[in-house]
Design a protein around this ligand. Sequence first.
Ligand SMILES: Cc1cc2nc3c(=O)[nH]c(=O)nc-3n(C[C@H](O)[C@H](O)[C@H](O)COP(=O)(O)OP(=O)(O)OC[C@H]3O[C@@H](n4cnc5c(N)ncnc54)[C@H](O)[C@@H]3O)c2cc1C
Length: 408
Amino acid sequence: MEKSAQHYDLLIIGGGMIGASLACALANQPLRVAVIEAVSFRSSSQPSYDDRSIALAYGARKIFEGMGLWQQVKEIATPIKKIHISDRGHFGATRMDAAREGYPALGYVVENRDLGQLFAKQLSSFSNIELICPAQLKSFTINANNAEVVIERDGEIVTLTTKLIVGADGGHSMVRQLAGIRHTSDDYQQNAVIANVTPGKDHQHIAYERFTDSGPLALLPMSDGRCSLVWTVDRDKVDEVMAWRDETFLTRLQQRFGMRLGPLQKVGRRSAYPLALVRADEHIRPRLALIGNAAHVLHPIAGQGFNLGMRDVAALAQVIVESKDNDIGALSVLNQYGQWRKRDQDCIAGLTDGLVRIFSNQITPLVIARNSGLLAMDIIPPVKRVLMRQTMGLAGKLPKLARGISLQ
Ligand SMILES: Cc1cc2nc3c(=O)[nH]c(=O)nc-3n(C[C@H](O)[C@H](O)[C@H](O)COP(=O)(O)OP(=O)(O)OC[C@H]3O[C@@H](n4cnc5c(N)ncnc54)[C@H](O)[C@@H]3O)c2cc1C
């Protein structure tokens, strides 16, 4: 006799930072949730929990608070108390100060691997959540009353049914592909080179964003006096930069960054990521929603990708919880999520893309304009405040979790 397929209210495809966050947001709800993740959380090839560190905006802290997870995240987070933005070789600079604006911090730096360990522990502790890992999505069929999802687990093909498939499977989303949802992709012809760097001076919890003629670079404060480096380099230079000996790398970086953190002393393992702006044309279909990188991949210039994805999580979780007595996969329910998120997604994608283009350009009038902009922002507090609220994830109609309110 044929075994009947296991049924879930919700199947999250991808247990990376965004998929795992959505599952945690739905913990202890009367909903049966499974997370299908292809790569073990501890594996060195895990693509979400890798060597990167993430700058969490203050808004993401509020979401973790709402989820009841902030105390655990706080233990692995380094606060950013000030941000210093400058344009190398030009007059413009701007500074942001958490204390002056009345926040405990402007954001927090967390190592992705630490976040992965935290999520793995959390996901195994909720009775309504099942982590199916390693397991890969193979195909799905959307029907009027449910969706049938085929996965491969331990070499075995298994069929599951669900009311709602959430695609949280990253920038190359198979969910997006299988659904036939088109996307636009704008390759920046740049790569981000990341590494941990030990400076000679105490970072004093200051994050530095420096625009240089070869692309922007950020040094973010981390634990043990280290800084997390994100250095954007042109695609045709990346092999050379990756091949430099550590001493050469530090010397070149020092030339670009200057002496604010004293002599740069040590650099850890480097990794490089190709950069593109990717946007899905649709984020919802009947019984299907896309969140995080599956819906939008951004340039890391302003540290917005994960933070934007967390606001997707907060909105989708609220819509699902408020509709849990009805059909959570119905288009009328998912439309609420789609419409709610559009403005923020358009705004942050536009802001990030605009910054990349303005600061990658050396045409004199543009250089003067951007430096005037940085300077104006520094001396006109209301202008700075508007930008800060947007990038801290505190603008617009915020979901409950983003206001630190639990969904229980
Ligand atoms: C260099 C760099 C620095 C960044 N810094 C910041 C920052 O400071 N702040 C910030 O907000 N954002 C930052 N970002 C962006 C951030 O990393 C992403 O927005 C975030 O990782 C998106 O998470 P995700 O879970 O949506 O996707 P991913 O991290 O790509 O995770 C997708 C998951 O889905 C799994 N998966 C894929 N396909 C399948 C399948 N078929 N079946 C099952 N599982 C599958 C994968 O194994 C993976 O675990 C940065 C990005 C880069 C490249």
